[in-house]
Design a protein around this ligand. Structure first.
Ligand SMILES: NC(=O)c1ccc[n+]([C@@H]2O[C@H](COP(=O)([O-])OP(=O)(O)OC[C@H]3O[C@@H](n4cnc5c(N)ncnc54)[C@H](OP(=O)(O)O)[C@@H]3O)[C@@H](O)[C@H]2O)c1
Length: 262
């Protein structure tokens, strides 16, 4: 891994305190690894600890879907880090169904809680400290699927679309306080969650009587391969670094060229 220095011989995120949700595997674990490599102190969370939580990070169990989970996580961040300079909302996902009407109420609620409201709640608890320090970097992980919303995933893409709109508004609200807020939208990325979702999608698609183009789980992006978690983490690291100090309110789509207009 290339270590990026800040020009004075120190690693570019040395002294920064970072919180990453969903860092036990996949994209979140890659973000944690790259933050550690850049010199940040990192706290991460998931509902349970696994062997793939990167070494060097502090792990705390929390479910970000509830207000109580967000409060426990914010308290842990205060205790372990003493404050949060870099906040990466990565935990997310949802199970596909046979069209929007087949999505049960509780899964709509769950998708909104995990993919949208978790960020709103945790931001509301951690932004006051950033306001006081007049600095902070926040990244919301969305999805390129927002660009082609389809029935089986409407609970997920609707929640992520809300997240993107919220992220832009928050960026404008906080810009004058020195707090930058951006989003990253991955395309299909090889992660445990991504693979499981695509398997479920293929099954749902088969039950729906075939694979219409927009539900084809086998499309390879134009750059000829699926994304790797590190591809997405590079974008997140750029956005929280000083190299992006004049960048806020943006959504960086990292998708191997699948949606060139995104
Ligand atoms: N992979 C893709 O193709 C792809 C494409 C577009 C967007 N994305 C987005 O990228 C982000 C990461 O996806 P991924 O593919 O890396 O997912 P993943 O492999 O399923 O990992 C998700 C991480 O989030 C944690 N998590 C899930 N629910 C949680 C909860 N309620 N509270 C706390 N932590 C929770 C998981 O641990 P536990 O399950 O133990 O809690 C795990 O650490 C998500 O927001 C996803 O929507 C992914």
């Amino acid at each position: 891994m290339t270590t990026i220095e800040n020009g004075s011989g120190t690693r570019e995120l040395a002294g920064k305190r970072a919180l990453v949700t969903g860092g036990s595997r996949g994209i979140g674990a890659a973000v944690v690894r790259q933050l550690l490599d850049a010199g940040a102190q990192v706290l991460t969370t998931a509902r349970s600890k696994t062997s793939t939580v990167p070494e060097g990070a502090t792990f705390v169990e929390a479910d970000v879907r509830t207000r109580a989970g967000a409060e426990a996580l914010a308290a842990a961040a205060q205790e372990v880090l003493g404050g949060v300079d870099v906040l990466v909302h990565n935990a997310g996902g949802a199970r596909p169904h046979e069209g929007s009407s087949a999505i049960p109420d509780e899964e709509w609620q769950d998708a909104l809680d995990l993919n949208f409201l978790a960020s709103v709640r945790l931001d509301s608890l951690l932004i006051p400290g950033m306001r006081e320090r007049r600095s902070g970097m926040i990244v919301h992980v969305s999805s390129s699927a927002v660009l082609t919303p389809i029935g089986p995933f409407l609970h997920y893409t609707t929640a992520k679309a809300a997240l993107e709109n919220y992220s832009r508004g928050l960026a404008l609200e906080l810009a004058s306080l020195g707090i930058r807020v951006n989003a990253v939208s991955p395309g299909r990325t090889a992660t445990p969650g991504g693979e499981q979702t695509r398997e479920q999608w293929a099954e749902v698609s088969a039950r729906m009587g075939g694979a219409p183009a927009e539900t084809n789980a086998d499309d390879t992006p134009p750059l000829g391969r699926d994304g790797q978690p590190e591809d997405i983490a590079h974008a997140v690291l750029f956005l929280v670094s000083e190299r992006a100090s004049w960048l806020t309110g943006r959504n960086l789509v990292v998708d191997g060229g699948e949606f060139p207009m995104g």
